[in-house]
Ligand binder design. Structure first.
Ligand SMILES: CCCCCCCCCC/C=C/CC(=O)SCCNC(=O)CCNC(=O)[C@H](O)C(C)(C)COP(=O)(O)OP(=O)(O)OC[C@H]1O[C@@H](n2cnc3c(N)ncnc32)[C@H](O)[C@@H]1OP(=O)(O)O
Length: 390
């Protein structure tokens, strides 16, 4: 609804601080003797800076007060029945009757002051302000009912350290209780994640290896357990290549969106290890026995499109528009009725939970043995001495 002079350009940019300052000065003028012509002009400018559309009813009120202030009581013939917009505007102005110009001006300034205050408090804070404190290896933010957990070791391709496994568990625990509808896991930089940080195997004192392998298996059981039990929809936003455990747990997500730059690689045999993340169960279910064996036993690396064709990925997007398209989609999904969405997720998952926990326990006890094998140690030493890369 266009209202010349009174309500225009709702989306013109203004920093929250300038809005707040102007709202405050309008509020101060409200409490003084009466609004001046300068206050009125400043309120008119302020209206143009509002980011949130106040709705037609308020716009009509503003229009009427503007006309009353500048021209006095309504003095034009009522528009015809089919001229709906102008008729609504005329009715709003006419309804002010003989309200004095000064009172109309004051009311206009007061109304804009109220609108500005609620507008500035509803503005989106910059990411730095929304960032949840307490994480060293992650950036966790919440916006639009979506909690985003971003792995944040881009220089190391988001390889997962022991601290990072723990922080992801903490972030998931917090997200399960916050008011978000969806939870996203993604990576910062060119990789989604290069999987387990192979440094986790280093600096273990002689004689401590068995104990550390046992602790590692407990950590892995708890980590994968968090994904099995997570009560809300989990979305993986795969911004680049994914390796090892960052791939295997995808079978426990509800949506997997991938950039066409992403690849999916589980080179367990090459590393002297064996599948985890419940993939020995979820992958054959998702893609069939033969394709799962190619990935999990023979380490075949899939492109994003191949992974999508096999059912591991929900949808692939061109890298150039990946973030924009995915976040637009997720923002729309986050507006779905929250409880219905969570209950649907839980109904689907509850059928499998017991089985998944049993698979997790089984995979981890095999891995605990594998970590003590020469095959595994040689592969780790090879990578760290730069003799081998994937
Ligand atoms: C006693 C047992 C305790 C165990 C406790 C753990 C419990 C949980 C275990 C769960 C098990 C999971 C299994 C897996 O995830 S298997 C997959 C393991 N990942 C790999 O093997 C990947 C190894 N990395 C690479 O092959 C390459 O780095 C790359 C990913 C192909 C990228 O190559 P590119 O040339 O582009 O880049 P760089 O190699 O130069 O990498 C940049 C720096 O990042 C370091 N990096 C990358 N990935 C890892 C990694 N996974 N572990 C350790 N470090 C990694 C790389 O060394 C470079 O560092 P630099 O700049 O300091 O040289």
């Amino acid at each position: 609804m266009a209202m010349a002079g009174a309500v225009r350009c709702w989306r013109l940019g203004a920093g929250p601080s300038s809005l707040q300052i102007q709202a405050l000065s309008l509020h101060m003028s409200k409490t003084a003797m009466g609004a001046s012509q300068k206050d009125f002009e400043s309120a008119m400018n302020q209206v143009k800076l509002l980011k949130k559309d106040p709705g037609n009813e308020v716009k009509l009120k503003l229009y009427a007060l503007y006309k009353q202030t500048t021209e006095g009581p309504c003095n034009t013939p009522r528009p015809g029945v089919f001229d709906l917009i102008n008729k609504a505007k005329w009715d709003a102005w006419n309804a002010l009757g003989n309200l004095p110009k000064e009172t109309a001006r004051q009311n206009y300034v007061d109304l804009v002051s109220d609108l500005s205050s609620s507008d500035s408090s509803s503005q989106v804070k910059p990411e730095a302000d929304r960032k949840q404190p307490g994480y060293e290896t992650l950036v966790v933010t919440s916006e639009d009912s979506i909690t985003k957990i971003m792995m944040n070791r881009p220089a190391k391709k988001n390889a997962l350290t022991v601290q990072m496994y723990r922080e992801i568990m903490l972030a998931l625990e917090a997200a399960s209780k916050d008011d978000s509808t969806l939870i996203v896991l993604t990576g910062n930089g060119d990789y989604y994640s290069s999987g387990n940080d192979l440094m986790n195997f280093m600096n273990i004192p002689p004689g401590e290896m068995e104990k550390e392998a046992k602790n590692g298996a407990i950590l892995l059981r708890d980590f994968v357990g968090c994904f099995i039990d997570f009560p809300k929809p989990l979305v993986a936003v795969i911004n680049g290549p994914a390796v090892g455990i960052s791939v295997t747990i995808l079978g426990l997500f509800d949506l997997v969106y991938a950039s066409d730059r992403a690849t999916f690689h589980t080179p367990f045999t090459h590393l002297g290890q064996s599948p985890e993340g419940c993939s020995s169960y979820t992958f054959p279910k998702i893609m069939g026995q033969a394709k799962a064996a190619e990935m999990l036993m023979f380490g075949k690396k899939l492109t994003a499109r191949e992974a999508c064709a096999q059912g591991l990925v929900t949808e692939v997007f061109p890298d150039s528009t990946f973030q924009k398209e995915v976040w637009t989609r997720l923002k729309a999904y986050s507006k779905l009725p929250r409880n219905a969405l969570h209950i649907s997720k839980q109904s689907i998952r509850n059928l499998e939970k017991e089985k998944l926990h049993a698979v997790n326990a089984g995979e981890n006890s095999v891995l605990q043995e594998r970590w003590l094998s020469d095959e595994c140690m040689n592969a780790v030493v090879s990578f760290l001495s730069r003799k081998a890369k994937l």
